[in-house]
Design a protein around this ligand. Sequence first.
Ligand SMILES: [Zn+2]
Length: 421
Amino acid sequence: MVDRSGIADVIDGVDGPGVVGAVERLVAIPSMGGTDGEIDAQRFCEEVWRADGFDVDAWDIDVAQLSAQPGFPGMEVERTEARAVTARLPGTGGGPTLLLLGHTDVVPPGDIAAWSADPFTPRRDGHRLIGRGSCDMKAGVAAMWYAARAIRNAGIRLRGDIVLAAVSGEEDGGLGTYALTEAGLTADACIVPEPTDLDLIPANGGALTFRLRVPGKATHASRRTEGVSAIEKFVPILHALQDLEARRNLEVDPLMHRWPVAYPLSIGTVQAGDWASTVPDLLIAEGRLGVALDETPEHARADLEAAVARACAADTWLAEHPVVVEWWGGQFASGRTDPGAAFIDRLGRVHATLGHRPPATYGGPYGSDLRLLVGAGIPTVQFGPGESAAAHSPDEWVDVRDVIACTQTLAAFAVDFCGHD
Ligand SMILES: [Zn+2]
């Protein structure tokens, strides 16, 4: 049973219109990774959390120094600045610390024509709040903020601390969370309110960004048989990668069974040639390789490199001129917290006690900050409003009812987890 004393007060204290307004304020900041907006969103959190009376600790991250460290999780955009922001609601002592962590960076809007309105002007359509970052994951950041606010406003004295953390650079590697764990941030449990449709996600597959350089031999297209087309030489490589994906998904962890492909291998960009009537002498393809739960990134990289090497060995030209594999950008290891961890079960019970659908528990097929937190010894689960399918898409949206439900559950769970006098 969940002890409801204190919980009723805190639920009453959740400001529904306020948290929805907070999502809108965050969406209005165009915080694409590597832009000034990314810093602006971090400074926004710093200011509003200070104004709310939390103990704010914020500093400029030394990006050059951090990115030189061996454990650096990668970066795919130019960035010389980043800001770390944490806010503490101190407890009276003797209780566990709960970390609520969310990223404020968003991916670019893509083709603006695919949007029905400006991506950074939040708008409403019924229960939908639409805008870039609404789902991933400004709704979650607003929910964790307003959960802590409700506890403070209800005057409940928790024994343990609540720590809010806003991070940037999540979408292209996770430098923000890496900076916090390197600075010694710790907690007894962490909830990351990424869009999980209010399910519990205690594990993530990883994702490794790679680049392939497929060589050819240029010649005039009228005498193409005397050249070697890098595009044609990519075909057996692509087939080898498709076979590799199938093999790597033959047996997957039960937590990943709901996904048609638990550990996807996908080519995202292909560039070749510079003239229509020239046989292309180079093809560059970029993609991402999924990392299985409990598999090391080193093992996954070796698996792809071996598959490419075998395909090259089977081709006369590629045997002499092998494809070069490079690993660059985001290198997301997989990660997991034991799904049977007591706090995860408790979070699901609190959510159901408030009258919501009891959450399902499963692993996510994407990489996220979870693996950095688990790697730093902080048991972590993702639980937040929004469907991950809406993330990164045009007219990205979140259901405001789920934002409010998440805020209530986070507030109630914090009271239950941290204890109160
Ligand atoms: Zn996200």
